[in-house]
Ligand binder design. Structure first.
Ligand code: PAF
Length: 279
């Protein structure tokens, strides 16, 4: 696997892939790779001839007081995993390749970015949309792969790609979970053993609430009960637990298909997010 940190050699390597007629799949990440990321790589490998993974801990998507400095960085271990998974090229740009001195441009996707994590983390999705637009321009993939765990991010990226005329496929890959149901996340590494044991209350309460809502129960009452259960299980703050339209992300107070349940909650210093479909 080639590891490339500068734009010129990246373009040279990609030109070789294109000359060979290879379909290029891009898996953007911020590193600290887990089985969820590796599933993205696996799907990309099934659908493409050459897989490019990127690792860049993007400062513009972290707000003040968030975990930019603490975010786990383990490039050597990540590179070994990607290599073993058959990735052809790791794009690990330096910060100045991504944001050169005088950098002044931002991509902002309004509407779909406003609620959920957009409300709790102002500016976050501008940072995501900006860096992903740059990655799309840098790599010009035939398909790009994102986890449904960050479902609002996926919706923002789909809208950004449509609005800015990126024509490649944007592929959403279902969330990978630990056997007890906790969604895999690089931030799970922050959890103590006790917090990790308690964290399972989040997907459990969500699953129960989703079933009760799909069975015709009152949405508001069910969500209140689920919040109480989460707060009684070691979480100290809930940013949101909401039922939303799965396509538009519009808030739903009555169950209509397609719908998803979205949650973000804090346990110790760690903020966990999750979402599940209602059937
Ligand atoms: O999901 C992530 O890891 C990041 O938000 C992404 C898409 C790589 C952009 O920095």
């Amino acid at each position: 696997m080639q590891i490339v940190r500068q734009l010129d050699p990246l373009r040279d390597a990609l030109a070789e892939f294109r000359k060979a007629g290879l379909k290029i799949g891009l898996v953007p990440t911020m590193g600290a790779l887990h089985a969820g990321h590796m599933r993205l790589v696996e799907v990309a490998r099934e659908q493409c001839d050459a897989v490019v993974a990127s690792i860049f801990v993007n400062p513009t998507q972290f707000g003040e007081g968030e975990d930019l400095d603490a975010y786990p960085r383990q490039e050597v271990a990540d590179a070994a995993l990607l290599d073993a998974a058959g990735v052809e090229l790791l794009w690990a740009p330096t910060a100045d390749q991504m944001y050169p001195s005088g950098y002044a441009t931002s991509v902002s996707v309004t509407g779909i970015s406003d609620g959920l994590c957009g409300a709790a983390r102002p500016g976050h999705f501008d940072g995501v949309a900006t860096v992903v637009a740059k990655l799309f321009n840098q790599v010009r993939p035939d398909a790009a792969y994102f986890g449904e765990k960050d479902y609002q991010q996926l919706a923002v990226i789909r809208r950004m790609a449509r609005d800015l005329d990126f024509t490649h496929d944007i592929v959403g890959v279902p969330t990978v979970r630990d056997p007890d149901g906790l969604a895999l996340s690089s931030r799970n590494a922050y959890l103590t053993a006790e917090q990790r044991a308690n964290a399972v209350a989040l997907p459990e309460a969500m699953r129960e609430a989703a079933t009760a809502i799909a069975d015709g129960g009152k949405v508001a009452a069910i969500l209140e009960a689920a919040k109480a259960r989460i707060l009684a299980s070691g979480f100290h703050k809930i940013d949101y637990l909401e039922l939303r339209d799965a396509n538009t992300l519009a808030l739903l107070d009555v169950f209509t298909k397609p719908a998803r349940l979205f949650a973000a909650a804090h346990i110790g210093p760690t903020r966990l997010i999750d979402n599940i479909p209602l059937s």
